[in-house]
Design a protein. Structure first.
Length: 422
């Protein structure tokens, strides 16, 4: 009989790594922001519990708290985090016969047979912390989906303290009765909303749902998920990046200084068109329906909200094509009468996404410049994000962001190597 599938992940990884590699930030509230948008992507426990800061919010919204409580705001250095990720993941992988990196802070592993899984995972956690000072959570169960459920329980349910092994059916069902269906691995916001509309709010209700009805409503991915909730092994954990393709892709931004002209709005939305199309190509998808939106802040005196959807006859992932659609959509986004109202939040969302690997040829479909898009992605992957882009995005940065500290990286920058005086 095959052993359990385990998933081990860094606890608040970016914030933890910042304190590990830079002692001056230890025992202080720390938030890590994305490089170009100033969005909080990680926060340590002091920042969330003591200071009340939340992930995925613009950092400038907490400016008063940050100044008053002495929160350290750091800009993400992904080269540094990548180096630390390799360190702690290599130690994890040395304890297991097979393993596969799922993300920068998560690893799927095959548990050895005929061992006490709980004691073994506890041993791995201690060893990783001893060698890298990285706190990690560990969970295991019969397949990938249940391992992710166990990981959720290890963080959200009392008594587990970052370590959970789900083997017995009663314990699995007890956890499934508490986890919201939207927190299941592979259930996106659209599917979550549709399931809740059908009266399915908890994972246990999805497990016992009518499989034929679910297949008709949602297709094979949901039926595979239901099978995994029953303990079957459907997904290949050795290729976790292929397990769940996003059915909706979004890129949004809140802008402290507001947008004050049509051209600023056009260039800002063009940036998000680049982001959404690149994400679609990265997961080998094409976009059938796209939405552009803009709005004021709920705290502004003047209120405005505008949005428009465009449905294509033939799905595409060509950035140039969607930039043309954006230019046509701009007049429908902005106020038709009166003076310009400064805009606070903008975004682009691919509402309907198809798998490009299953495309059927059509004589009347427009020809896409796949070579240009491939060159765009390759250059940006090699030399860094936004090295090459289409002119509609403009060369300036729209909206200022709060000043953040820079994380030093002595592993790749000579100027950051510390000087030691003896």
């Amino acid at each position: 009989m095959a052993g359990l599938i385990a998933i081990l992940d860094g606890t608040r990884f970016y914030a933890s790594a910042s304190g590990i590699l830079h002692p001056e930030y230890r025992e202080k509230p720390v938030v890590v922001t994305s490089g170009n948008q100033g969005i909080i992507i990680a926060a340590n426990r002091l920042a969330t519990d003591k200071c009340g800061l939340k992930k995925f919010k613009p950092v400038f919204e907490y400016k008063d708290k940050i100044d008053t409580l002495g929160v350290q705001v750091l800009e993400a250095n992904f080269n540094l985090f990548g180096y630390h990720s390799e360190q702690f993941q290599s130690i994890i992988k040395s304890h297991f016969p097979e393993s596969s990196s799922y993300s920068v802070d998560e690893v799927f592993c095959q548990m050895p047979c005929h061992i006490n899984a709980l004691h073994y995972l506890q041993k791995v956690r201690r060893n990783v912390y001893k060698l890298t000072r990285t706190p990690i959570g560990a969970a295991a169960s019969h397949n990938c989906t249940l391992a992710k459920v166990a990981a959720w329980a290890s963080k959200k349910q009392p008594g587990y303290k970052g370590l959970c092994v789900l083997e017995s059916l009663p314990e699995i069902d007890r956890i499934l009765s508490t986890i919201p269906v939207g927190d299941l691995w592979g259930v996106g916001r659209r599917i979550d909303a549709r399931l809740k509309h059908m009266g399915i709010n908890k994972a246990i209700e999805l497990k016992h749902a009518d499989v034929k009805k679910m297949k008709k409503e949602f297709g094979r991915p949901i039926t595979s998920l239901i099978a995994e909730l029953h303990g079957q092994r459907i997904f290949n954990w050795r290729k976790p990046d292929e397990l769940h393709i996003k059915d909706m892709i979004s890129s949004t931004r809140s802008i402290k200084e507001r947008l004050h002209s049509v051209e600023e709005l056009r260039q800002a939305l063009a940036y998000h068109v680049h982001e959404v199309c690149a994400k679609a190509r990265n997961q080998q998808s094409k976009i059938k329906t796209i939405q552009f939106f803009c709005r004021t802040s709920p705290y502004d005196n003047q209120k405005y909200s505008g949005g428009t959807c465009v449905k294509l006859d033939y799905p595409s992932s060509d950035t140039a094509m969607f930039l043309k659609l954006l230019s046509e959509a701009i007049p429908r986004l902005i106020p038709q009468k009166g003076t310009w109202i400064p805009l606070y939040k903008i975004g682009v969302t691919a509402l309907e996404v198809t798998d490009s690997r299953h495309d059927q040829g059509d004589l009347f479909a427009p020809i896409e410049d796949t070579r240009k898009m491939s060159a765009l992605d390759s250059i940006n992957a090699l030399f860094g994000k936004n090295t090459l882009f289409l002119g509609a995005k403009g060369t300036g940065t729209t909206g200022e962001r709060m000043e953040s500290g820079q994380l030093k990286n002595p592993h790749s920058r000579w100027s950051d190597v510390p000087t030691v005086f003896c």
